[in-house]
Design a protein around this ligand. Structure first.
Ligand code: FMN
Length: 176
């Protein structure tokens, strides 16, 4: 069995990106899915002075090890002001202080959703441009716009978007 980690780039208790990544995880075959919540990996706000004074927090090491030991990553990014949410950027910054190549070339299905019509396209563009510097292996990218209209009862209700996600997870399945 493959070992997949799935998480949202959000710390919202009602994260729609966590809903999406959880649904996507049900489409992955022959794998044990570990759904992570960034609230369980609390980290201080990154600062170079803090790092010099206190070192790198244990939770950053824990999270990085989960990536390292996984066979693939399902990640759905929340978009805040056209970019990463603060909690995700903070985690990203801490992780890169331990290991620049922090994605370890693990196959990744990169997603985003938002209540609006762009479905997190801006943050996806940022991630697609940046993650390759950190040894990412982005197999597929999927965006779900208008979350409130297209998702209910734990799954995507719109057939076209559901088909797109199924195709994306199929490609992901082939890579893990
Ligand atoms: C500070 C802030 C900025 C936001 N900026 C954007 C944005 O630029 N684009 C967008 O589509 N949604 C934006 N939103 C709405 C989020 O997409 C929405 O809150 C969504 O639920 C976030 O994902 P999450 O539920 O997984 O945390 C913003 C929300 C907040 C709180």
């Amino acid at each position: 069995m493959k070992n997949i980690i799935a998480f949202a780039g959000s710390n919202s208790k009602n994260s729609i990106n966590k809903d999406l990544v959880t649904y996507a995880s049900t489409l992955v075959e022959n794998a044990t899915i570990n759904i992570l919540d960034l609230n369980d990996f609390e980290l201080p706000l990154y600062g170079i002075d803090l790092e010099h004074e206190q070192g790198i927090p244990e939770n950053a090491h824990k999270f990085l090890n989960l990536i390292k030991e996984s066979d693939g990553i399902l990640l759905s990014l929340a978009e805040h002001n056209g970019a990463y949410s603060t909690v995700f950027k903070n985690l990203f910054d801490w992780l890169t202080r331990i290991e620049g190549k922090m994605f370890y070339n693990k196959p990744m299905l990169l997603m985003a959703t938002s209540p609006g019509g762009r479905g997190g396209l801006s943050v996806l563009e940022i991630a697609k441009g940046r993650f390759p510097f950190h040894d990412s292996n982005i197999v597929e990218v999927f965006s779900l716009p208008f979350f409130g209209n297209n998702f209910a009862d734990g799954k995507i209700t719109n057939e076209d978007f559901n088909g797109q996600l199924k195709n994306a997870t199929e490609q992901f399945n082939k890579q893990i």
